[in-house]
Design a protein around this ligand. Structure first.
Ligand code: UDP
Length: 329
């Protein structure tokens, strides 16, 4: 049987790079594409020597050309942290909308199956808890998260339209908070923020009173769920995440224990539209994909902490988007 050829957009990012590893391991020829605004070549440099790995430096918001056949497309290109949306809102909107349109067109031309990375952010600040796929969400279209949330909601709508109108094979994964090695240390998300602060000897910054909740999934579990969904025949959205919910205050205390930091926990104002609670209902994934998360937070955090500890000092102190003015397109 011919080798499967798989395009992974956002391939140099946190999730994208883990997906590249997984599809290489499954014996696919993998083409990673990334414009490197939030991705990092260090995440995939170990793959460059592999004969079945290629990298294209390209922005998928512009026309996407890939020579040869494609069997699968995984659209994982997007800024994915609230600080990124504030800093690069237009690119966030473009990659979810124009980028998705380009990849849907590519999937049609190549007769490939496409999976898009959607998000728990489509539920906004949810009034239903835990969140099942049937919940329509509570999103502020013009708030700071609107650029991400609405791009992802549009992405789902457009993907479903290509599925129903063109008969394209599509999959939609709604990803809840995920963590693990290769997260960007300074992207502002809570886990790298807390661990980075502990490693630099800074105080840990809780936004609000820390009573808001999140449910954190270890990256290997997420990748397994995505793989199973892609290989299934189910075109409706599926939540993938770990339902083990925790308040941000308790999470900060876990990080204090894990890192042994002597720094204080300090409180900052809660950002606008910060969801008060979030937990995936994963009944669908369990039933359809026979999938459940396997890695506990204690195990996953240990691996992630070891990764962050191993990073060079200059990465630890690097500030992202230094030249962010240049991104204003
Ligand atoms: N948060 C925090 N301190 C930080 C960064 C984030 O308390 O230094 C909070 C943030 O307000 C949110 C939660 O942690 O309630 C998760 O934030 P993150 O940016 O990781 O992702 P979100 O789930 O909000 O998209």
């Amino acid at each position: 049987m011919a080798k499967k050829r798989t395009l992974i957009t956002g391939g140099a990012g946190f999730l994208g790079s883990h997906l590249c590893d997984r599809f290489i391991k499954e014996g696919h020829h993998v083409i990673a594409m990334d414009n490197l605004i939030t991705g990092d070549l260090r995440n995939i440099e170990h793959l460059f020597k592999h004969p079945d790995f290629e990298f294209y430096h390209h922005d998928v918001s512009k026309f996407v050309h890939v020579p040869g056949e494609l069997d699968y497309i995984l659209h994982f290109a997007s800024p994915a942290s609230p600080i990124d949306y504030l800093k690069i809102p237009i690119q966030t909107l473009k990659v979810g909308s124009l980028g998705t349109h380009n990849l849907l067109g590519l999937a049609r031309a190549k007769k490939a199956r496409l999976i898009i990375a959607s998000t728990s952010e489509v539920y906004g600040d949810p009034t239903v808890h835990p969140q099942p796929e049937e919940y329509y969400g509570n999103v502020n279209t013009v708030g700071p998260r609107g650029v991400y949330d609405e791009a992802k909601r549009f992405q789902e709508a457009m993907t479903m339209a290509y599925h129903t109108y063109h008969g394209l094979e599509t999959r939609i994964v709604r990803i809840f908070n995920t963590y693990g090695p290769r997260m960007r240390l300074n992207d502002g998300r809570v886990l790298p923020a807390f661990i980075g602060q502990a490693l630099r000897g800074e105080d840990l910054t809780i936004f609000g009173d820390g009573s808001q909740t999140r449910s954190f999934c270890y990256v290997d579990d997420l990748v397994e769920g995505i793989y199973r969904l892609l290989m299934s025949d189910y075109a409706q959205p599926v939540n993938i995440g770990n339902p083990d919910e925790i308040t941000i205050k308790d999470f900060a205390e876990e990080i204090v224990k894990l890192t042994g930091t002597k720094q204080k926990i300090v409180y900052h104002p809660l950002p606008k539209d910060d969801p008060k609670q979030r937990q995936p209902n994963i009944t669908k994934a369990k039933e359809l994909l026979k999938w459940t998360p396997k890695v506990s937070r204690a195990e996953g955090l240990k691996i992630t902490y070891d990764y962050f500890k191993s990073l060079p000092q200059e990465v630890l102190f690097q500030r992202d988007h230094k030249d962010f003015e240049g991104y204003k397109k």
